[in-house]
Every structure is written in C-alpha cells, then in structure tokens.
Ligand binder design. Structure first.
Ligand SMILES: Nc1ncnc2c1ncn2[C@@H]1O[C@H](COP(=O)(O)OP(=O)(O)OP(=O)(O)O)[C@@H](O)[C@H]1O
Ligand SMILES: [Mg+2]
Length: 360
C-alpha cells in the first residue's frame, strides 16, 4: 500500500465543495481530524449545520473523493456532533450567504478588523482606527468580539461593566467619545475556552441588537484572530459593510492575511483593503526607516489579491506603551509617525466607501 499522509488526504478533501457554496469543505473548517492507521483512513467531520441533506452530501462527497483517489486503505467518514447553528449555511436558503445577517438599526456602517493570525496588532489597529475615524468627525462605536484575548477595553483604559437600561438593554461604556462594548466586560478570565465559541456568538449578536448604540456612523469590530469556525460564524451572523485585514510584513503573516481575505471573499463580504502593521522602525538617531521584517510585503499581497493597500504603521515603542496605558496613540500623540499613519488610513477608508456600503 502506498504511504498516504494526512496532508495529502487534506489536499484531496479540498476538492469537495460545500453544498450551495463556491467553497471547499476544508476552508469551511469542517475537517476535525484525519487519522491514518493500519489499513484505514478515518476522517472526522465537524458540522456547523443541523441540515441533514447538507451533512449527507458532504459525507458522501468525502467518501467518494477519497475512494476515487486512494486505493488500498478503507475510508471511514465519521461525523461529530453539531456544534453551532449557522443559519447562513444549509437549509432552504443555502445559496444566500446573507441569510443569517440582519441590519442593525441606527448603525450606518460596520467595519470588521480581521487578521489571519494572532498578535499582528489587530486590537491596536481597531482602537486607533476608531479614534482616528472619530477625529474625522464621525460617530464611532467599538466592539471587541475577540473570544480568546479581548483587549480593547484595556487599550481604551476602561474596566467598568456596562450598565443595563430600564428596557433591559446594555448601555455602551463611553471613553474618548467612543461607545464601547467588549467581550472583556462579559467573559470571566477563568471561562473555559471551550465555552467561548458558542458564548461569543450569542454575546456578539446581543452586542449588536441589545446594546443602545444610538446613531453611529461606524461601528468598528475587532474580530478574533484567524479564519476558523468561530470567525466564520461570527462574520456570517454579523451584518458587515466590509473588512480590513491586518498583517505584518513577514511571509508567514502574509499567507495568513491572504487566507483572511479569501474567507471574506467566500462569504461575499467586501474587503476594504490591507493594513500593514509594524512595517518599519524609525531610527531615532537619523530618522531613517529600518525595515526589520522585510519590505513591501503588504502592498504586494494587496496587489495580488486585487484589494487596496490602505497604509503602513511603523513599529514604535510609544504605540505599545499607549495601548498598555489605556490611551491609544492617535489620542495621546496624534502627530507621531504612527498617529499620522492611522489618521491617513482612516481617511483612505472613508475615500474607499466606508460610509457608503450598507452593512448586510
Ligand atoms: N505598531 C506597533 N508598534 C509597537 N508595538 C505594537 C504595534 N502594534 C502592536 N504593538 C504591540 O504588539 C502587541 C500585540 O498587539 P495587539 O494586541 O494589538 O495584537 P492582536 O493582533 O490584537 O493580538 P491578539 O491576536 O492577541 O488579539 C501589543 O503589545 C501591542 O502593544
Ligand atoms: Mg487582539
């Protein structure tokens, strides 16, 4: 029997399409595990839909595809228990990627800040962009939906829990003129990670519907990093005008940024563009730009993907310090190199139609 690897099997599974979508089941995060043992290949599928037909179609697609390509080992396809309901998937509206999204009254535009991987500065960008958009005269809200590491409330220097109004709605906390709601207000730091997925989706829906945002021009949403199930269900349930993808110049990070863009593409969500963070270090001695992590990666990725490059943000100690101290750099030092970069990106976003795209 030829030697099959898990990667090879996973590659074959990319040929199996998710019913009703122009996307494969691997990108949809359906493959939980592939096991190759003795004379048997076991594929564990993790569904996000309870729709029987969809599940059957995927299972038989997997079985057929693998049997066609692999001779020898027996193919076993096992289905896990349904995890999350995703109304955008399956059911009679399987072809409508917007089936699960409803507009939010009073909010003109919803901007999702995403990244393919963690630690690239997504929350730093979310908070500073919110401040920069506000400096452009817009009414801005900021929502942290990061399940694993909510940090927006820390970067904005807020630790009060939101108040509840008489009609049982949450009143967003306000700071620097920005209305805020954060997973950090709600999740206990000891909440087991396994609960966070389902919890966050409920909570984010509540943030959107049961929070007294009032009239907003833009709601900036800090998404959890990555392109897995949690992100997928979140963006499917959230009416979004468009997304920005944050990356750093390194190749690994760019690969992830491409994946992020592809996720939005598949869900028919507009990508406003790519923001490159930690692009260069400004040498304080001579004012020269030092490209520590390589140069031109962000613009190149944007070009390849056919989306705008929105700008680069320098690596500055003051940016991290401002975040730690709870006052974003755009507020603390608007004329610093990073402060100016964020403000330019905010203006670029507006000129790219941020306020003209209805969230859906
Ligand atoms: N341009 C920058 N210059 C200096 N430090 C930065 C810059 N951008 C981000 N940082 C720092 O890098 C760290 C990670 O940033 P941040 O928390 O914004 O990333 P993230 O993508 O939201 O991470 P996570 O995946 O954990 O949510 C923080 O300590 C932040 O202060
Ligand atoms: Mg973060």
């Amino acid at each position: 029997m030829p030697q099959y690897t898990e990667e090879a099997v996973l590659d074959l599974l990319r040929r199996v399409e998710y019913p009703g979508f122009n996307a494969d089941i691997v990108s949809f995060g359906l493959i939980e595990q592939i096991k190759i043992q003795d004379n048997r290949i076991t594929v564990n599928l993790k569904f996000n839909t309870t729709n029987e037909e969809t599940r059957k179609a995927v299972k038989s697609g997997v079985q057929k595809t693998l049997e066609q390509e692999i001779s020898g080992p027996r193919i076993m396809v096992i289905e896990g228990i349904p995890t999350l309901e995703m109304p955008g998937l399956g059911g009679p509206k399987a072809n409508d990627p917007w089936a699960g999204r409803k507009a939010v009254e009073g909010i003109k535009s919803i901007l999702a800040v995403a990244s393919g991987k963690g630690g690239v500065g997504k929350s730093t960008v979310s908070t500073n962009l919110a401040m920069a958009l506000s400096a452009e005269g817009l009414r801005v809200g900021l929502m942290d939906s990061d399940i694993y590491g909510p940090s927006v409330h820390i970067m904005m220097g807020v630790d009060e829990k939101p108040m509840v109004s008489e009609d049982q709605k949450l009143i967003p906390t306000e700071k620097f003129g920005i209305k805020m709601m954060s997973m950090g207000f709600i999740l206990d730091k000891d909440t087991p990670v396994i609960w966070r997925g389902p919890m966050v989706i409920k909570a984010v829906e509540q943030f959107l519907r049961d929070v007294k945002w009032g009239e907003l021009d833009v709601l900036v949403v800090d998404l959890p990093p990555g392109t897995g199930d949690a992100q997928l269900s979140l963006v499917q349930k959230t009416p979004i005008s468009g997304a920005v993808v944050v990356t750093t110049p390194q190749e690994v990070s760019l690969v992830d940024a491409r994946r992020g863009h592809q996720m939005f593409n598949k869900l028919n969500i507009h990508t406003f563009g790519i923001i490159e963070n930690m692009s260069y270090f400004l040498n304080p001695a001579n004012g020269e730009k030092v490209h520590i992590f390589g140069k031109g990666g962000g613009p190149r990725a944007a070009y390849e993907l056919g989306v705008p490059f929105l700008g680069e943000i320098p690596l500055e100690q003051a940016v991290a310090e401002a975040g730690d101290a709870g006052e974003p750099i755009v507020h603390k030092a608007p004329d610093s190199e990073a402060g100016k970069a964020f403000r330019q990106i905010a203006r670029n976003l507006i000129s790219k139609g941020l306020l003209e795209r209805v969230p859906r």
